[in-house]
Design a protein around this ligand. Sequence first.
Ligand code: PLP
Length: 367
Amino acid sequence: MKYGAVNLSQGFPDFEPPAEILNRLAQIAPVGPHQYSLTWGAQNFREALAEKQSKYMGIPIDPEKEIVVTCGSTEAMMAAMMTVVNPGDKVVVFSPFYENYTADTVLSGAEPIYVHLRPPDFAFDADQLEEAFRQDPKALILCNPSNPSGKVFTREELTLIADFAKKYDTYVITDEVYEHIVYAPYAHTYIASLPGMFERTISCSSLSKTYSITGWRIGYIIAPERITKIARNVHDFLTVGAAAPLQEAAVTGLKFGEDYYAGLLAEYTRKRDLFLKGLADIGIPYTEPQGAYYILLDMSEFGPTDDVRFCEELAEKVGVGAVPGSSFFKEKINHIIRLHFAKKDETLIEALNRMQHIRTKLLGGCG
Ligand SMILES: Cc1ncc(COP(=O)(O)O)c(C=O)c1O
């Protein structure tokens, strides 16, 4: 903001949510609900969510017993961790990771065990993963599709993780906020839907990314009743509940037909192609996301020794806001930055125009 940079750092859209949801919000304003809803989520919201998620996850979900509505996936994950993880426990986290996972683990008094995802496809080494499971972790955190790598775990990889989780009696806590943003030919598999996994999976997700309402703070946990019973208590004491009028308005979104999700994906596919083509023309190496809306760029040619300083310079001299890659990696790195493309075309084009001059601005040469 200080340098007037185009902000491609924190992942949120600069375009409007669907008009139907906004119209519903306007209808609700004079009539409510404006008081607390049930702490674990308004009845009609849970019913609409159970219907939608049962369909996409391919498993029956009981709105009375198997859902906790939270303030975003952020709270869902923290509540999930506090439900099953005790101080002194271990938690498996893939690296690169969304930065909350280390914080969630540490706030739970637990210790992370990192398992490396190898670029460019961010595959994991099965032996390294089993080695982590041998250390008796209470849970594994699975971000699928993944921020920041854009990885979409294959069914085979998820089956392997599921087999280890069953063999070593470990919970899987998912973060699936990008479940509807998976680019062809990749496909999203919910690990909770694999045989024997519903019992040990705490599926966390939210409406933030699917309906472009990151500021509404509506998320949820889906899990078996013995887990939600405790998670509902944790959630009650953390936040009491998600905003009642926003849950009511968001029901409209949960009832959208398949065309909405197809349209969302088509739009993000188009934005991804536009942005990747622009980056390719500029000639900066990048990861091609299989899902979500983030790109990791390799800035080695600029010789950064400190990626935080590099991102400051990028904002100041080039006019583009990025996140330093070291926020996401356990491994020591200083040459990677993350950009995202959940923005209007004009915002993306402006960022690309500015980046065309990146070599002149940062290296002082021709470019
Ligand atoms: C992987 C991942 N999980 C969770 C969140 C935050 O989700 P929510 O708005 O539902 O708290 C984000 C936001 O960028 C994210 O990338």
